[in-house]
Design a protein around this ligand. Structure first.
Ligand code: SAM
Length: 287
């Protein structure tokens, strides 16, 4: 075994490292540095600009929570827009729902899709070829600006952090268009980072989303390789009351959708409790 390590420097003076079994790809796309390797403990790992995006070992936590929570809170989600998420894991989970008739995924970097399909084939599975899926290589901001009013039930933003190409996905213009393209019972969920280390990210996006949505909050998921404690997913709904559902109702919706029993992190109780926030996170929503 080689004794080489990949370091992820998360913040100026903190990071994590993985022992590498084999490097599979290392390239510079038009948008970012991409690296894929076999790790000793976490299966295959993809980094963008040196930041861990996905590991085979713990991707289920993030993907299940970013998908099942909004779709089951909605209850009848048929048309779903996915922004980013080039590894295909969100698309796969969205298409597990029987209610979904159309899933449009807009990822800016075709190289991420190509490398994920080659080296992380289990993440997207058959989703790429599902007739309900439309995969577009393009900028999410352009897509939402052109999308018709009330044309989607749920928007899922699985983006990189608000630096570089991902920055436009954290702007007023982006959120205003998401609100416009959603139906009156529509929900937007977006990746908001790890607030213990990135408090500004959650605070800023919450203030901005609050300008366009009636109900703005966040929920938490513990993703081992997004280090620093809970990560947050931003919740924005055009109607109030959609995130306060009892586990019994969520269970029957999950059964009807065909996802009950398929999950390793999501459960009706986890969804109901994920909106309970520790004060240090809650403070970022109201500040
Ligand atoms: N679940 C992982 C996470 O949260 O770290 C995976 C993130 S996913 C791979 C992020 C994707 O968003 C990247 O592939 C990146 O290319 C894409 N992305 C960044 N900016 C974008 C934009 N403006 N429009 C569409 N996709 C974008």
């Amino acid at each position: 075994m080689t004794d080489s390590w990949v370091n992820e420097t998360l913040y100026p003076a903190w990071g994590q490292r993985f022992r590498v079994v084999r490097e599979l790809a290392r390239t510079r796309s038009d948008f970012q540095d991409i690296m894929v390797f076999d790790s000793e403990m976490h299966g295959r790992v993809m980094l963008l600009d040196g930041v861990v995006q996905i590991t085979e070992a713990d991707e289920f936590v993030y993907q299940e929570m970013i998908v099942h929570v909004p779709l089951l809170a909605h209850g009848e989600a048929s048309r779903v827009l996915i922004i980013g998420a080039g590894d295909g894991g969100v698309l796969k989970r969205v298409l597990q729902h029987r209610t979904v008739t159309r899933a449009v995924m807009v990822e800016i970097d075709g190289e991420v899709i190509r490398l994920a399909r080659e080296f992380l084939p289990a993440i997207g599975g058959d989703a790429w070829d599902d007739p309900r899926a439309e995969v577009i290589v393009g900028d999410g901001i352009d897509y939402v600006q052109r999308a018709a009013d009330a044309s989607f039930d749920v928007v899922i933003v699985d983006s990189t952090d608000p630096i570089g190409v991902g920055e436009v996905l954290f702007t007023d213009d982006f959120y205003a268009n998401c609100a416009r393209l959603l139906t009156p019972s529509g929900v937007l969920v977006n990746q908001c980072g790890v607030p213990f280390m990135q408090a500004e990210e959650l605070r800023e996006t919450s203030l901005r989303r609050g300008k366009f949505f009636a109900d703005v909050s966040a929920y938490v998921a513990a993703v081992p390789t997004y280090v620093g404690g809970f990560m947050t997913l931003g919740w924005s709904a055009k109607a109030a009351g959609m995130r306060e559902l009892a586990p019994g109702l969520l269970r029957s919706r999950a059964a009807a959708a065909g996802v009950l029993g398929t999950t390793k992190y999501w459960s009706p109780e986890m969804q109901a409790s994920a909106f309970v926030l520790p004060p240090y996170i809650q403070d970022q929503l109201s500040a």
